[in-house]
Design a protein around this ligand. Sequence first.
Ligand code: FAD
Ligand code: EPU
Length: 337
Amino acid sequence: MQIQENISLKKYNTFGIDVKARYFIELKNEEQIEEIFSSEVNPDKRFILGGGSNILFTKNYEGLILKNSIPGINKLTEDSNEVLIEAGAGVIWQDLVNYCVRNNYWGIENLSIIPGTVGAAPIQNIGAYGQELKNMFHSLTGYDLFKKVKKTYIKEDCQFGYRDSIFKNSLKGNFLITSVQLNLSKRPNPILSYQHVKDEIDKRNMKNPTIAQISDIICDIRNNKLPNPSKIGNAGSFFKNPEMSENTFMHLKKDFEDIKGYKTESGNVKISAGWLIEKCGWKGKRKGDVASFEKQALILVNYGNATGKEVLEFAEEVKKSVKEKFGILLIEEINII
Ligand code: FAD
Ligand code: EPU
């Protein structure tokens, strides 16, 4: 097991923030975890890292970074309707999507090209274009880092919500996911409810889109709107879309007629944080190397050499102005370290 010391994390986070880690281990199999448990390299301060696409480092990390690179995609069971697939936590999410699209396993095609690893997907219950991980999630396996035991969590244990799970709350930082199991459908099950997806299907005059066509449409929509982290540093949406009761929403609508809101399953209304931020004049605005992206105000970007602190200061200003104008407190979606 190779332990690196004082290494730069710039290439390990999509925001491109240049901080250092005191210790760094890349995990390629479960035996290494057992080895860490029984060795002295087990400081109290540690952080589990996937692809680094949902985090903002604000300072050097003075503990141990465990970079999860555990590989493997396997079919566990199968019948005529569905298939249970297991993927290692270090598998790149898009590699799993490609595997499913190639094999006509329906379920995660709307989640195409979300950056990051399979192991991080349950942490915030990744979602996009009418689909969320929880809808095809079966279970996950990993290690409790305090008790040093292996454990499996089934879907009902995970407390999935909008960009939320038990792993972002009571188990935060304490549970290292090593593999994820997903239930996918062998029968076509297109999810075309999201307006932008509907529009594209109509534009392309498609009647029964294939899984590959849906995946392509999602990729096109995303590529037209989102900054590519290999060119412009970012971690996707910086804040969550705020949710409120219909009553509160109707009050807001009196003052802001064109405010954008969508009904949720629970009967609440989800407001577009991007719209709120744009209305406060932030869209495309830049300070130093930090900006609100010109095509999607909810995404804060690093044009080169921004520090995590500078990104955070910018985000605080955005929050303040949204609070002042709309009385709404934005909550960060990304993990601030
Ligand atoms: P990291 O950023 O490395 O980690 C995120 C969190 O998960 C951290 O708290 C980390 O400690 C924890 N973690 C990571 N791996 C493990 C593990 N194996 N065990 C335990 N804990 C772990 N998200 C969406 O939901 N929908 C989107 O549409 C979307 N679009 C995006 C677009 C862009 C351009 C970018 C840059 C990001 C986007 N994201 C989106 C956010 C991000 O892609 C997801 O949150 C992704 O799941 C993060 O994966 P990661 O491997 O990079 O996790
Ligand atoms: N909008 C604006 N101005 C903006 C951005 C958005 O007015 O600058 C309004 C528009 O009306 C637009 C609507 O908001 O039609 C919705 O925008 P978009 O489809 O881009 O979705 P979003 O609500 O901004 C959410 C997720 C994304 C996910 C997309 C698609 C959150 C916090 N973000 O963004 O997830 O890809 O929907 O489902 O829920 C992420 O989590 O990192 C992420 C990128």
